[in-house]
Design a protein around this ligand. Structure first.
Ligand SMILES: [Cu+2]
Length: 283
């Protein structure tokens, strides 16, 4: 639903922080109006296609009823004031206006950590932005009912494969600061993680840097078991998770559906372009 127009700047520090651009678009439009009728429900399938910006969706005067994350249903709808979407992640929400009116859809400020070395560089924050306006027209009406249950997949309950640790890293080289995974920049010809097909692994993704990084694994969705900042856990499969600065997340990953070769990476595009990406071979 949203796309970010990145303005190219030569500033190296901004690249290290992950450039956000100045214009946030929804379906290619700047601050569009979305129509609705009170008493009806709309399902919004939102993807954060922004290069670096973390979205925290809030619809004025309404709760957002979250029904799926990254394409996987929750067991039941969860009413939220705010739905946080890291770059690359998706959410399905039900929107149920009951009164006519104009309701701004905002993204609230989100702290993304900071490159501060002794305060230099400062913190990085995705600022508040108006995304769109919901225009509800027609007579007041009772809210459309929520489904009591959703067809959520039952996640794998046990780990029977390897436990491993991967780390987002930042180093100081001759060419300035460098970003990588486990101290290495991306090399498509190198295999970084070799996994036995058919096993369920437990990964601890460590963030040794002062910035938040969204970890994204292609092909094999995971369940978040725990995080260093005690973020609420959905218990359902997802494929993007925010790793807090100087923190970690623990994931259970079933490598049971497909063998093959793919990648995992930070979903801040400036970071993955700078080398924060690694390969995985499942066979
Ligand atoms: Cu990153």
């Amino acid at each position: 639903m949203t796309v970010d127009g990145v303005v190219a700047r030569p500033d190296r520090m901004e690249r290290m922080q992950g450039r956000e651009g100045e214009l946030v678009l929804v379906n290619g439009q700047h601050q569009p109006t979305l129509g609705a009728a009170p008493g009806t429900a709309q399902r919004w399938r939102v993807i954060n296609g922004c290069a670096s910006r973390v979205l925290a969706l809030r619809l004025a005067g309404h709760e957002l009823d979250l029904v799926a994350r990254d394409g996987a249903f929750l067991p039941a709808p969860e009413s939220q004031q705010r739905v946080v979407l890291p770059p690359g992640s998706r959410a399905d929400v039900l929107v149920r206006p009951t009164t006519p009116g104009r309701f701004p859809l905002l993204s609230e400020p989100v702290d993304r950590g900071g490159m501060g070395m002794g305060g230099m560089g400062g913190g990085v924050r995705s600022e508040r932005v108006l995304l769109a306006t919901l225009m509800a027209g027609g007579p007041e009406a009772k809210p459309a009912p929520l489904p009591p249950a959703l067809p959520a997949e039952q996640p794998r309950a046990t780990t029977d494969g390897k436990r491993r640790e991967v780390a987002f890293t930042m180093g100081m080289g001759t060419a300035g600061m460098s970003l990588g995974i486990d101290g290495r920049a991306f090399d498509p010809d190198r295999t970084d993680q070799l996994v036995r097909f058919g096993t369920v692994e437990e990964w601890t993704v460590v963030n040794t840097t002062p910035m938040t990084h969204p970890f994204h694994l292609h092909v094999w969705p995971f369940v978040v078991l725990a995080t260093s900042d005690n973020a609420p856990l959905s218990g359902t499969p997802q494929d993007v998770v925010l790793v807090p600065p100087q923190g970690w997340v623990r994931l259970r990953i079933p490598f049971t559906a497909y063998p093959g070769r793919s990648v995992f990476h930070c979903h801040i595009l400036d970071h993955e372009d700078a080398g924060m990406m690694a390969t995985i071979q499942v066979r």
